[in-house]
Write a protein that binds this ligand. Structure first.
Ligand code: FES
Length: 168
């Protein structure tokens, strides 16, 4: 074994987590105060609601070197802003399809509903995504790979014109 091989560090994924202030972020706090041990690969960004998650945030994280992204929000029906998490889910589903079309594995980007009392679920989810991304290896993106996705996300949704009395 050469010196180079023996000193090479194993791959440690970088994961960016966007956590809703009211539930998942609080659950992460709970996991911390309860001294639950989980993988140290996640960097948490607190957002007020999962509905605040602009898909561009996910693209920016991946573009800037994250190997995976985790989004945590309140359970359906529990969002403090009524429907933020439903909106987040719709956007996230579309984003995952676009990322898949670029060959980005679906395990790299995950959304999970985690209530404030579910510290243990934070630990499990972080450990699972870290292990999944570690198995996949580093995300190797062409510098311009996400430009097409970014463009399609910034275009307005197509409109459908319906004449009076006509149904879709
Ligand atoms: S307030 Fe938590 S997802 Fe909306």
């Amino acid at each position: 074994m050469s010196d180079n091989e023996s000193t090479r560090k194993p791959f440690e994924p970088k994961i960016v987590a966007f956590f809703c202030n009211w539930c998942t972020y609080t659950a992460a706090d709970l996991a911390g105060t309860a001294r639950m041990k989980y993988q140290p690969n996640v960097r948490v960004v607190r957002i007020m609601c999962s509905g605040r998650l602009d898909p561009q945030f996910v693209l920016a994280a991946l573009r800037e070197g994250a190997d995976g992204v985790l989004v945590g929000g309140c359970h359906p029906g529990d969002c403090h802003y009524q429907e933020g998490n439903y909106k987040a889910l719709r956007r996230f589903t579309l984003l995952k399809k676009l990322l898949a079309s670029l060959g980005i594995e679906s395990e790299r980007v995950r959304m999970e509903w985690i209530a404030a009392s579910e510290g243990d679920k934070v630990r499990t989810t972080i450990n699972e995504i870290t292990e999944a991304v570690r198995r996949l290896g580093p995300l190797r993106l062409e510098p311009r790979a996400l430009e097409g996705v970014k463009k399609s996300l910034s275009e307005p949704a197509p409109t459908v014109e319906v004449a009076q009395g006509e149904s879709i």
